[in-house]
Write a protein that binds this ligand. Structure first.
Ligand code: BES
Ligand code: MN
Ligand code: MN
Length: 448
């Protein structure tokens, strides 16, 4: 099939606005699942759409090849919201090629990667007449909102049986540079939560009552200020329980990842200097140190001009990125206990837990891992760098644990792909190489 046909298929996929977080797009998300069922069926797979309380899960099996390994390919067909839509140079759901890149929401995360896996599989079918092994596609529509339905789905014994495999393959992570592939052997875990601090029963005039009552915004800020110490360690009791030190070979390997030096990270992010945890480089913090982040804060008057008010409440949205050894629920227990301890008099606090998932770590040098490294090297012409990801795919640790198999993370998202941002893109060349990499991977794994 020609490159143009590859792009046509990607464009059809990208045109479906499968935003999982927004109720108005529920029909589009389902249409996207139907699109995948149709594509997989046309490839001879036995494909099925499983409805859930939120968005469908697509499962598809290739015709059975006896005595050969089974690989389970995971991906997510949902995308992040597009706002601010005015910052897009071309509309997010009208894929457009500019300067050798496809621009659209999902171009990299994760539709471009899924389509590369699908078309790479189809390439083997077309060129070799059949697949050299068993392939199962597991494609969900809720990753960008926490994979609630897939967590429940993976608990079902009949599903665990149906998805039994030898290895899991995922293309939903980063890639160091256009000619330097990444083999990621770890993902961070994640837990998200919200803290609401409430004070007076109604908004108050800050002259009539100021100085006499505690201001919820001030109280919230005081509480937040206690979460880190001067060395930028997280100052929450129990937070680091179970965390392992970074191994010497990892530190050594991460020094050489293109774009990940402290100077390059500062340049890429537009800051004048990094602020890392004392004793660790930026790359080490991103890949392997747990973090505590503020993602949003609101309260009081945020409109035009000024308004002298003491507001009734203030809210902070927060999340922690976790490393292997940390348990998301226990971390949230520690954080909640910390906030209860430092919550000052005159306000009340409410702590709400949102979605979470554990970190993932695997052995990069298993037989399947080495085959994947070889497929990457043969496709991109350079050995892959071995990295851990700062990002999360919360369901991966669960799938790996439930099925008892490793997940290989072979991502194609370049640092400038702008995933989750306006003008998300994928280089056409990387998309084509993703197709080639998939075909090499299937052929190599078929020999194991
Ligand atoms: N594909 C990303 C994760 C990713 C991207 C990992 C690049 C490594 C490199 C995934 O879709 C994602 O955005 N995950 C979210 C978590 C989700 C629950 C919102 C994240 O990491 O914030
Ligand atoms: Mn993704
Ligand atoms: Mn994402």
């Amino acid at each position: 099939m020609s490159a143009m046909n590859h792009l046509d298929e990607l464009f059809s996929f990208l045109r479906i606005p499968s935003v999982s977080a927004q109720a108005e797009h529920a029909g589009d998300v389902e249409r996207c699942a139907d699109f995948l069922v149709e594509k997989l069926s046309s490839m001879g797979f036995d494909a099925k759409k499983h409805l859930t309380d939120i968005h469908p899960i697509v499962v598809a099996h290739s015709p059975e090849v006896e005595g050969k390994p089974t690989i389970l390919i995971y991906g997510h067909y949902d995308v992040m919201p597009v706002d601010p839509v005015s910052a897009w140079e071309t509309p997010p759901f009208e894929p457009t090629i500019r300067g050798g890149r496809v621009y659209a929401r999902g171009a990299s995360d994760d539709k471009g990667e899924i389509m590369a896996l699908l078309l790479g599989t189809e390439k083997v079918l077309r060129e070799d007449g059949a697949l050299p092994l068993n392939v199962i596609f597991l494609l969900e529509g809720e990753e960008e909102r926490g994979s609630e339905s897939l967590f429940a789905f993976m608990q079902r014994p009949e599903i665990q049986q149906e998805l039994a495999c030898d290895v899991i393959v995922v293309s939903d992570t980063g890639m160091a540079a256009p000619n330097i592939p990444s083999f990621s052997y770890g993902l961070k875990g994640l837990c998200c939560f919200e803290l609401k601090v409430s004070g007076p029963a109604m908004d108050l005039h800050s002259g009539l009552f100021g100085g006499a009552v505690n201001n919820p915004i001030t109280a919230l800020c005081e509480m937040i200020a206690t979460t880190h110490d001067a060395d930028n360690h997280v100052a929450v009791e129990g937070f680091y329980e179970g965390v392992h030190e970074i191994e010497a070979w990892e530190k050594e390997s991460w020094c050489r990842v293109p774009g990940m030096s402290d100077a390059e990270l500062a340049e890429l992010t537009g800051v004048d200097a990094l602020r890392t945890e004392t004793g660790y480089t930026g790359a080490e913090c991103v890949y392997a140190r747990p973090t505590f982040e503020l993602n949003g804060i609101s309260g009081g008057y945020e409109g035009e001009g000024s308004k002298t008010v003491i507001p009734t409440h203030a809210i902070a949205k927060m999340s922690c990125r976790l490393v292997p050894g940390q348990n998301p629920e226990k971390v949230m227990d520690c954080v909640e206990a910390h906030f209860r301890k430092v919550c000052p008099a005159g306000v009340r606090m409410e702590f709400t837990r949102q979605h979470s998932g554990a970190a993932y770590l695997s052995n990069p040098n298993s037989a399947f891992g080495l085959a994947a490294q070889r497929a990457l090297e043969e496709t991109f012409g350079n050995k892959p760098v071995l990295v851990r990801e700062g990002g999360s795919i919360p369901i991966i640790a669960e799938i790996s644990q439930v099925l008892g198999k490793d997940a290989l993370l072979l991502g194609l998202d370049l640092p400038d792909a702008r995933i989750h941002s306006p003008n998300e893109n994928m280089r056409v060349e990387i998309f084509e190489k993703g197709i080639e990499m998939t075909s090499r991977l299937l052929r190599l794994m078929g020999q194991l």
